[in-house]
Design a protein around this ligand. Structure first.
Ligand SMILES: [Cu+2]
Length: 256
């Protein structure tokens, strides 16, 4: 009797796990636009691979138990007898999931942090080295992107943020009012914009891309900051270096 239930649950668990693990490798992710996005996606997939069997085990046991031992007919007047954990089962479960938790804290937790963490200040992501620095100011409810081109060129509402491919681009981020968050989904990078403090993140775009082709190419505020928070976004375009120079020159001649 017991064996039949165990085999059924094990089969359900194996089936759900197979489906889950297949979905990990299905192409369901936004476009990968930067080195950082490759890192984060591989970390995310790794955690999914480890986490899915734990999740499906719980789902399989709960679903099977709920369907098999559900009340049929009249509601009983009393609860069933209390169930006590049987020695080795909870111990093995705790040992496996505990070991998994410690393992992922170390890798990719600490190892990933060491890779991404700032070599520059405590308030940022990525290396100090930058081929291009862009000052970003957040305010309710827009962004200003200022390019270091002798005369300052600002990108704001209605414009697009253009950056060159295969360059280290550093965003130095500030806010003039409340906490916002600079997020570019195609790069999987996000940093808070905090009044009175400069935070920063460095990205290395590896692919050409534009908002018109995929909405993951956008700057989006990712910290709820008031009425028009959802409108606090700008399109992003990643271009070749020569296109980038031409774009800067054209903005300059517009007298911005
Ligand atoms: Cu905001």
């Amino acid at each position: 009797m017991h064996g039949k239930h165990l085999i059924s649950v094990a089969l359900l668990w194996a089936g759900l796990t197979a489906i889950g693990e297949l979905l990990v490798f299905a192409d369901l992710f936004p476009p990968v636009g930067s080195h950082e996005a490759e890192d984060f996606d591989s970390i995310f997939r790794f955690l999914l691979i480890l986490g899915i069997p734990v999740f499906t085990f719980v789902i399989a046991v709960v679903t099977y138990a709920a369907l098999t031992w559900r009340v049929r007919g009249d509601q009983p007047d009393e609860d069933g007898p209390p169930i006590r954990g049987r020695g080795w089962v909870p111990r093995i479960w705790l040992a496996i999931t505990g070991a998994l938790a410690v393992f992922v804290m170390i890798h990719p937790g600490l190892t990933g942090l060491a890779k991404l963490q700032s070599s520059y200040t405590a308030y940022g992501w990525g290396p100090e080295e930058a081929d291009l620095e862009i000052d970003v100011t957040a305010f309710m409810w827009q962004w200003t992107f200022t390019y270091p081109d002798g005369t300052e060129i600002s990108v704001t509402k209605g414009k697009e943020v253009v950056i060159p491919v295969n360059k280290h681009v550093r965003f130095n981020v500030n806010s003039v009012d409340v906490v916002h968050s600079l997020w570019i989904p195609a790069f999987r990078m996000k940093i808070d914009a905090i009044p009175g403090r400069t935070t920063y993140m460095t990205v290395y775009p590896t692919e050409l891309g534009a908002y018109n082709d995929d909405q993951a190419y956008r700057v989006q505020c990712a910290e709820l900051c008031g009425l028009d928070h959802s409108k606090m976004w700008l399109p992003v375009r990643v271009v070749t270096e020569s296109e980038f120079e031409a774009w800067l020159a054209s903005l300059k001649s517009e007298g911005k």
